[in-house]
Design a protein around this ligand. Structure first.
Ligand code: AMP
Length: 415
């Protein structure tokens, strides 16, 4: 083989696309039901947009972005996530002036140069939503309900929702100092990755996947005990709303998420059916981000969900059997003349919404019948000299074997 798919990327083959289309249609339907409208932004953006929003010190920006200089020597980056671009478009097109609350969603590929493993790709797909304009915890809960509703509509009801507050620019700096001091005490025992993060991104040390790190930091100070009045009130309201809706959740004081722009609410949805990469979706509030990117100070919240991981859960739970409908009719042509006639007829039928197929390989009658079976055609019509002369033929129902006499010039395929 001369060329192969690039490491960490995958073909989505025809046998899989029906399931993808189904997921996408459920996503769209649910997003519309919740009042979100689709936005499609370019696949690549100026590198600075991501560096500024996601944060220079995050894993994504420091080591995972596909960035390159284009021919005019401008640094561009294949988008590693959807929020930054959606907000850039929101600001650039003054969407906030059209309505005080802008609800957007997107579906599409994202790119991160991570170490490929099960559930972790370099080109993967996400759907996500952003609600820009409201500081209310009500919209935080709407975001969680929206994500959960999509999973439920797809038949997935075993997942866990974890929530936390990561504070804001008022309370987080003080907490960071306290956390750094605590981490310095155990620095020499931490994993190299966590050691590196102490000064730059200390909150991430708390969600280290390293078991030893987790044990060492079990008693580390948690941000929930250092929230300012505003963040505390926001978080308490959020919890009371979730309780009133009977939406099961768990408060996870160590949940910090990998992107710097979050303020207050952070949440993650995970599935026990996945392996070590068990996160299905993650989101949070980003009240400073619009301003950071050059817009007016505007609160916002969003989430993003991985489609490949969702597919893995659907596959494991056996809910994964979507197929494209088979052809309504397969013509079995007995000679070239009949083949030409059938060819014209397939076009005519397709134009009236009936999916018709013929054999393009000049195969024997037996092979054509086999092909009709392979494609699970609903009906077969054998056409030869006699049929063309009499303008009639026998339409065979492939399920029942029953044959009905039909007129070739007014072909009617039962639905
Ligand atoms: P994030 O944008 O990092 O918050 O990720 C949101 C969701 O996208 C995760 O919960 C995963 O389901 C999915 N995801 C993130 N990175 C990858 C990846 N490299 N490969 C596949 N799915 C991913």
């Amino acid at each position: 083989m001369k060329y192969r798919v690039i490491k960490g990327t995958k073909d989505i083959l025809p046998v899989e696309t029906a399931a993808w289309q189904h997921v996408e249609s459920v996503v769209r339907r649910t997003m519309h039901l919740f009042g979100y409208r689709e936005i499609r932004t370019p696949i690549f953006e100026q590198t600075g947009l991501f560096a500024r929003s996601i944060g220079e010190l995050t894993d994504i920006v420091s080591k995972e972005m596909y960035s390159f200089l284009d021919r005019s020597k401008e640094s561009v980056t294949l988008r590693p996530e959807g929020t930054a671009a959606a907000l850039r478009a929101y600001i650039e097109n003054s969407l906030g002036e059209q309505s005080p609350l802008t609800k957007l969603y997107y579906i599409g590929p994202m790119f991160r140069q991570e170490r490929p493993q099960a559930g972790r790709l370099r080109q993967f797909h996400q759907f996500g939503a952003e609600a820009i304009g409201s500081p209310s915890p009500l919209i935080d809960v709407e975001m969680m309900l929206l994500a959960v509703e999509i999973y439920r509509s797809l038949g997935i009801d075993k997942f866990s929702l974890k929530i936390n507050s990561v504070g804001c620019e008022q309370c987080r700096p003080r907490y960071k100092e306290i956390l750094i001091a605590a981490l310095k005490n155990i620095e020499s025992q931490l994993s190299p990755d966590s050691r590196m993060r102490i000064d730059q991104n200390p909150l991430r040390v708390l969600d280290s996947k390293d078991e030893h790190d987790r044990l060492l930091t079990a008693g580390a100070p948690l941000i929930k005990d250092y929230l300012c009045g505003d963040c505390k009130k926001h978080f308490e309201t959020l919890i009371s709303l979730l309780d009133s809706l009977a939406l099961p959740y768990e408060v996870d004081g160590r949940l910090v998420r990998g992107l710097d722009y979050y303020t207050k609410t952070a949440f993650e949805i995970s599935s026990a059916m996945l392996g070590s990469q068990d996160a299905l979706a993650g989101g949070g509030r980003y009240d400073l981000l619009v301003e950071e990117l050059g817009g007016k100070r505007t609160p916002g919240i969003g989430f993003a969900a991985g489609i490949e991981r969702l597919m893995m859960v659907l596959e494991k739970s056996g809910t994964h059997s979507f197929t494209v409908p088979p052809p309504d009719l397969f013509f079995v042509a007995l000679d070239d003349h009949a083949r030409r006639w059938s060819f014209g007829k397939t076009y005519e039928l397709r134009r009236s919404g009936i999916s018709a197929e013929i054999d393009y390989l000049a195969r024997s009658i037996k092979a054509q019948m086999r092909e009709a079976n392979r494609q699970s055609a609903r009906y077969v019509l054998v056409v030869g000299e006699a049929e063309l002369a009499s303008r009639t033929g026998k339409l065979k129902n492939m399920k029942t074997g029953e044959e009905t006499e039909v007129t070739l010039d007014a072909l009617n395929i039962p639905r």
